[in-house]
Design a binder for this molecule. Structure first.
Ligand code: PXP
Length: 246
């Protein structure tokens, strides 16, 4: 059964609106775990616009469920990760002006820097995943530099605004997942996934874990966080389906 990682960055985004102490990401993480989340994902951005170092430390100490730290390959952030020791690091590209991560990491363009980052995190005992576009050339290069896990960027699929382009993006994702599996990768996927588009993407059986944030937090505003997580867990096929809707 596929696993669900819940990204709780936007719990911290709401807190930062008043720069206070609530809502608390640790309390949110515990609610997600209670509802069936298999991992908790946070992105420690260089500008610390939502999650900050203290949050990651508190999460590390406060939960036993897998903590997946999304991070850039900036050496300063790598040092923070090596101190905090999440259960997994996911390397993402980062631009200060962007609203959210916009594209996959360019493994071809910066192979040596990515390889050095993977090596230093792994030497510190942290398994590494890299967030890349569903592009065979990028996946091939990722393998050559020693990556063992990839998270396929589902943004182009999620943003497709008509059935034909969505079907095309889905085919691209499927081909990438099949290739990555043959190459021996553990395969995760995420970005822009919601309760609707998950129905199509979950047919790609090679994907072992989905990392989903925004759509779950949005739904949580209306139904509560636990229910929103349970519904997504059921949507990815990670729980038996109910005979009646919740
Ligand atoms: N995976 C990665 C690597 C991401 O950068 C993000 C966004 O922080 C997500 C998954 C979750 O994306 P969304 O919030 O659109 O569900």
């Amino acid at each position: 059964m596929p696993l669900l990682g819940v990204n709780i960055d936007h719990i911290a985004s709401v807190r930062q609106l008043r720069k206070g102490t609530t809502p608390d990401p640790l309390e949110a993480a515990r609610a997600c775990i209670k509802a069936g989340a298999d991992s908790i994902v946070v992105h420690l951005r260089e500008d610390r616009r939502h999650i900050n170092d203290a949050d990651v430390k508190k999460l590390r100490a406060g939960i036993r469920t897998k903590l997946n730290l999304e991070m850039s390959i900036d050496p300063q952030i790598v040092r923070v990760a090596l101190r905090i020791k999440p259960d997994q690091a996911t390397l993402v590209p980062e631009r200060r002006q962007e609203l959210t991560t916009e594209g996959g990491l360019d493994v071809i363009g910066q192979a040596l820097r990515v390889q050095k980052t993977i090596r230093s995190l792994e030497a510190g005992g942290i398994p590494v995943s890299i967030f890349i576009d569903p592009d065979i050339k990028q996946i091939k290069r990722a393998r050559e530099i020693g990556a063992q896990r990839i998270e396929l960027h589902t943004g182009a699929f999620a943003l497709a605004d008509n059935a034909a382009s969505r079907a095309k993006e889905l085919r691209i994702l499927r081909a990438a997942a099949v290739y990555a599996r043959k190459t021996g990768f553990e395969i995760f996927a995420g970005h822009g996934l919601d309760y609707d588009n998950i129905k199509q993407i979950k047919r790609i059986k090679e994907i072992e874990e989905y990392n989903i944030g925004y759509s779950i937090i949005c739904r949580a505003l209306f139904v509560g966080l636990e229910k929103a997580v349970r519904q997504m867990k059921r949507s990815i096929g990670g729980l038996p389906s109910l005979s009646e809707p919740e």
